[in-house]
Design a protein around this ligand. Structure first.
Ligand SMILES: *[C@@H]1O[C@H](CO)[C@@H](O)[C@H](O)[C@H]1NC(C)=O
Ligand SMILES: *[C@@H]1O[C@H](CO)[C@@H](O)[C@H](O)[C@H]1NC(C)=O
Length: 361
């Protein structure tokens, strides 16, 4: 008997917890204004749910920074530079902080014509336009990261014409492996000759009148070569009016771990500042004419990860939209509806207690 009573008590307790109003059908009245509000509400729900779906489909890039602990691996330098001098007059190599000369066997010297063909010129102009936009709009970088591998290769297309004069320029291209320490990649007059304390360029045989360090950097990147990525120096073209000119590029390399849905790669981004000056010993501007790229490696590493909204969050947001609209429009229609109870006896009978969640007594 006692158990029955306690069970009944528990049942009424659960009943009191019921937060959902149950109004008999006969007290529910539908009106035209209520219908309009429902229609608007359902349209808004559908629209917002649809837009939310696009947010769900979209991905974004998350940037994280951490200390780069990888010191032992080699750094790969990918180079494609055209210098307006004959190949036998120029030499390219790398000296690193430890003053050790890195073998530059990976580089190929190819005689070419400095001026681009009309098609190549068009391609080059497009690349420069993209570079301009990249400098202004950083969000474009995210788009490039996302479309990596889908994008067209960033290498210069081959010539479509055959130039009449003999090639007077030299294209230096290929890759080198260097230690992961600061260093200096340079192109100067004469081939490099290693000697016990550093190295020297044999320049005595080359006449000063043939010096012309006008150059075009078609590609310069560090680390794995990934098609579709545009590096800050790609497309740089410098034409000099003086024979003795020095070009300096100060490069800071930032190791980057790229993790998108297309690709996951260990690569490097870099930032660059550049300087050029005419070498004239008579006025105190000393130095060696040539192209010098001083690079340094940042100790911080950037992790770029493509992120996606998880399904559970999408569902929660969807519930928020639908529930929110439903409850706000629900209050509105309740307020706008006039009481439709006709007989006074009924009024006495129905007492809606709103503090205990509108249950009928
Ligand atoms: C160097 O070569 C470029 C391209 O051929 C030319 O436009 C420029 O006038 C040359 N500069 C000098 C100093 O000869
Ligand atoms: C509503 O219900 C609460 C608790 O059930 C009660 O304390 C209160 O007096 C009731 N109010 C009216 C107006 O009936």
């Amino acid at each position: 008997m006692r158990r029955l009573v306690s069970r009944k008590k528990a049942l009424t307790l659960v009943k009191e917890l019921d937060a959902f109003p149950k109004v008999p059908e006969s007290y529910v009245e539908t009106t035209a204004s209520g219908g309009t509000v429902s229609l608007i509400a359902f349209t808004a729900m559908a629209l917002l749910a649809f837009l939310e779906f696009f947010v769900y489909r979209d991905t974004w890039m998350q940037y994280e920074y951490e200390v780069d602990k990888d010191f032992s691996s080699k750094l790969r330098i990918n180079i494609d530079i055209t210098v307006a001098m004959r190949c036998q007059f120029v030499g390219a190599d790398v000296l690193d902080l430890a003053e050790t000369m890195v073998a530059s066997d990976g580089l190929h010297y190819e005689p070419v014509t400095f001026d681009l063909s009309p098609q190549q010129r068009l391609w080059h102009r497009t690349l420069l336009m993209i570079q301009d936009r990249l400098r202004e709009e950083h969000s474009l970088q995210d788009v490039i990261f996302k479309t990596v591998l889908k994008g067209s290769p960033t290498a210069l297309p081959p010539r479509e014409d055959s130039p009449s004069q003999s090639p007077a320029a030299c294209r230096i291209h290929g890759h080198l492996y260097v230690n992961k320490v600061a260093g200096n990649f340079h192109i100067t007059v004469g081939k490099a000759i290693p000697h016990p304390r550093g190295h020297a360029h044999l320049a005595a045989l080359v006449s000063h009148d043939t010096y012309n360090f006008s150059h075009r950097i078609d590609h310069l990147s560090f680390g794995e070569e990934i098609p579709g990525i545009i590096n800050p120096l790609d497309g740089t073209e410098k034409v000099c009016t003086d024979h003795n000119q020095m070009f300096q590029y100060f490069i800071t390399i930032v190791p980057t771990k790229l993790n998108t849905y297309q690709i996951s790669a260990d690569t490097n981004q870099y930032s660059v500042t550049e300087r050029e000056r005419v070498i004239n010993h008579a006025v105190g501007s000393h130095g060696v004419s040539g192209i010098f790229m001083k690079y340094d490696i940042s100790s911080l590493m950037v992790k770029v990860t493509e992120q996606h909204m998880p399904l559970w969050r999408f569902l929660v947001r969807l519930c928020g939209i639908i529930g929110g609209i439903f409850s706000t429009t629900g209050t509105h229609t309740q307020l706008s509806q006039k009481p439709s109870i006709t007989s006074a006896a009924k009024v006495k009978f129905i007492r809606v207690n709103c503090t205990s969640a509108c249950s009928l007594k």
